[in-house]
Design a protein around this ligand. Structure first.
Ligand code: ADP
Ligand code: ASP
Ligand code: MG
Length: 403
């Protein structure tokens, strides 16, 4: 058997039929270098958003199972069209859904987690020398229901499949040719990073750099998989993710990452026993808690942060919080954050000091700082996030902010 390469093409790479034909040609080029190819695709352009909007027009609270039935279709469209385009180029190819690929997930609709991958059918078709195209972002729960993996979930499909197939590498192809020191749409001066460790990439993803879904990293880490982030449209090297970044021996800022929207729930003056109820409530509504800070004395306060793209039904969550906690709850959807990422940053006070000074000089009114070993995060109002990011990038990467 030839070595296997898994590629993933995001929504912008398959946004129209010409782009799908281009992706087909790109796949053929790599196959002709002597590899078996498994290509995972996202839904075309913004079709996931369009499907979601149609669902909410029909019903303000669509059943989660039906939402997954609907959203999983977006990826099936691009997978089958791409397969047809490959046939046109004279190459044998076959498309599969997530469940046909043996991707078994939890039953948490809209945010399902992959618990097992049994890619028997993929291996059979590769043995027949076919190109395998996979509809990303979906699986089948152990209850045999169609599930989806959360926004950006095709990255997770690709990396989990690559790990299960023992692929030589996994290539994540998008509209940007690698991971940059900040979102290049926001900071044009940002520079491409040659290599990053899994940990650094995971921190960046969690801090808001959507170039790779942080959920995907654990599958790469387990197998020590080589992951490359490259452009679909441009030849040339991208960013490589490896178990350990050789360059990262000292403390250094690797990147600035930004989140434009965070949901913050504050509970004040509650009975300490009620803090468990809060956790149970988020669990019941399948809204993963990103961070939770509790102060417990005779009375308790709690500060809970959630990622909007992971909350399946924010209106319902808001209503239930109101019902359970009444006046004690304050909900805020106007917060954002800017983070510095780098190994050991949190241990060196000089970075914190310089970042604080930079933001103050820029007139950014941050209201909370979170320090961890590899990340410094400043929380602020969402509208200040862009200028905070530009200023931090200029301060730590030595370029003046663009006007
Ligand atoms: P796809 O649709 O292919 O999955 P995404 O839109 O999810 O692609 O991710 C690519 C986008 O991530 C880029 O267009 C870029 O604006 C954004 N991005 C955010 N932070 C970074 C970063 N540090 N480096 C590169 N891209 C970034
Ligand atoms: N189509 C899905 C989304 O828009 C999954 C993905 O693109 O990875 O989130
Ligand atoms: Mg993505």
């Amino acid at each position: 058997m030839k070595p296997i390469v898994v590629q993933k093409y995001g929504g912008s790479s398959v946004a129209d039929l010409d782009k799908i034909r281009g992706v087909a040609r790109r796949i053929v080029r790599v196959k002709e270098e002597g590899y078996h190819i498994v290509a995972v695709v996202s839904a075309m352009g913004s079709s996931t958003d369009n499907l979601l909007s149609q669902a909410y027009q029909v019903s303000p609270a669509p059943p989660k199972r039906e939402l997954d039935m609907l959203l999983s279709v977006g990826e099936r469209i691009s997978a089958s069209l791409l397969t047809m385009a490959l046939h046109e180029l004279g190459h044998e190819a076959i498309s599969f859904t997530g469940s046909q690929c043996g991707i078994i997930t939890s039953d948490n609709h809209a945010n399902a987690r992959i618990i097992d991958v049994r890619p028997v059918r993929i291996l059979d078709e590769l043995a027949r020398d076919k190109i395998v195209i996979v509809a990303g972002f979906q699986g089948m729960s152990y209850k045999r229901e169609v599930t989806t993996l959360g926004r950006g979930g095709s990255d997770t499909t690709a990396i989990a499949l690559a790990a299960a197939l023992g692929a030589t590498w996994c290539e994540i192809c998008s509209d940007v040719d690698g991971v940059y020191t900040a979102d290049p749409r926001l900071v044009p001066e940002a520079e491409k990073i040659e290599s990053l460790s899994y940990d650094e990439m995971e921190e960046m993803g969690e801090a808001g750099a959507k170039v790779l879904n942080p959920d995907a990293i654990e599958f790469a880490r387990r197998m020590g998989l080589k992951v490359m982030l490259t452009s679909t449209f441009k030849e040339g090297g991208g960013t490589v993710l490896l178990a350990r970044d050789k360059a990262a021996s000292g403390v250094a800022v690797k990147a600035v990452a930004t989140r434009r929207k965070i949901y913050l729930v504050e509970l004040s003056d509650i009975d300490p026993k009620e803090t468990n109820e809060a956790v149970a409530l988020f669990d019941e509504l399948k809204a993963p808690v990103e961070s939770l800070a509790l102060r417990v004395g005779e009375r308790a306060t709690a500060r809970i942060r959630l990622a909007p793209e992971r909350v399946p039904d924010w209106a319902l969550l808001e209503r239930r919080i109101g019902e359970v906690f009444g006046e004690s709850a304050r909900i805020d959807a106007t917060e954002g954050s800017a983070s510095l990422i780098g190994p050991g940053l949190g241990d060196e006070v000089a970075y914190l000091r310089q970042a604080e000074q930079t933001l103050r000089r820029q007139g950014v009114a941050f209201h909370e700082i979170e320090l961890s070993r590899n990340r410094l995060t400043f929380f602020m109002s969402a509208e200040q996030v862009d200028s905070a990011t530009t200023a931090l990038h200029a301060a730590f990467f030595g370029r003046p902010p663009s006007a």
